[in-house]
Write a protein that binds this ligand. Structure first.
Ligand SMILES: Nc1ncnc2c1ncn2[C@@H]1O[C@H](COP(=O)(O)OP(=O)(O)OP(=O)(O)O)[C@@H](O)[C@H]1O
Length: 253
């Protein structure tokens, strides 16, 4: 996955907004990358570009060496608001992406059931999203993505609405799933700790228009020992310093 000097500007009645300017970085197959930066710097826009939901104004976004012209079958995006349908059951929600991709109903239901089991939601198939806790809803959104058997998983602040302890458990679960499936993942987060725990690389964007201000190698990511080590705290400090440098005074964690 690669951004080549990507500029993105949105045209609206109120005028033009330059969201990204000259964004450039690449992600190797199977890598887990965290994207962090000040609010409004274009992080979600970057995910939407990779997902093929918007096109760059200038430059190119490549996946598997080819420009992304439309949504790929094997890319999944978990959006900030999760995108669950309140009128559909948990099972139907988990199968939505498969139905859209034309998978037969019975196979879709089977794959959705197995993805729900992966995230610990077996037994809730016939419930509705409103009957689930925030953390369970996040896991449902993850199951929907996993059911697609993707090679590229994009997550836009997937654990933002979750309390600290559960958040750590879900981070753990994300790590296990990532290790098991071997997909490439790009995750937007506002949490420095989350970025340092999950991202083998942490890409820090400048304030709007977003461009890369730091690309921090974090090879020990995604292990429990890492979270508890002194080096982890030092790495958080480095990311915080990079964020402060780009005007993110209200850094989290
Ligand atoms: N569809 C759109 N039309 C017009 N402007 C948009 C659109 N989507 C995003 N923007 C603008 O582009 C800029 C970047 O938005 P984006 O949501 O990508 O930032 P972000 O870094 O994800 O923000 P946050 O961290 O607050 O979620 C913002 O100024 C936003 O108002």
């Amino acid at each position: 996955m690669e951004f080549q000097r990507v500029t993105l500007s949105y045209q609206a009645d109120t005028g033009e907004t330059l969201a990204l300017a000259g964004l450039g970085f690449s992600v190797a197959p199977g890598q887990s990358v965290a994207l962090i930066g000040p609010s409004g710097c274009g992080k979600s826009s970057a995910l939407h570009l990779i997902a093929g939901l918007v096109r760059p104004s200038e430059g190119a976004v490549l996946v598997d060496g080819a420009p992304v012209a439309r949504p790929r079958r094997t890319t999944a995006l978990i959006p900030q608001q999760l995108g669950l349908f309140p009128w559909k059951t948990v099972l139907q929600n988990a199968a939505v992406g498969l139905s859209v991709r034309g998978v037969a109903r019975r196979e879709a239901a089977e794959r959705a059931r197995s993805a729900l089991a992966e995230v610990g939601l077996s037994g809730f198939e016939q419930a509705y999203p409103r009957q689930l806790s925030g953390g369970m809803q996040q896991r449902l959104a993850l199951a929907r993505a996993l059911a697609l058997d993707v090679d590229l998983l994009l997550m836009d602040e997937p654990l933002s609405a979750i309390d600290a302890l559960l958040r750590e458990q879900l981070q753990e679960q994300l790590v296990q799933l990532w290790r098991k499936t071997g997909h490439t993942q790009v995750m937007v987060t506002h949490s420095i700790e989350e970025a340092v725990y999950l991202g083998q690389r942490i890409i820090v964007l400048s304030g709007r228009p977003g461009s890369v201000v730091a690309d921090i190698a974090n090879p020990q990511a995604a292990t429990q020992e890492w979270r508890d080590s002194a080096a982890f705290a030092a790495q958080c400090k480095q990311v915080r310093a990079a964020l402060m440098g780009c005007g993110e005074g209200g850094a989290h964690d």
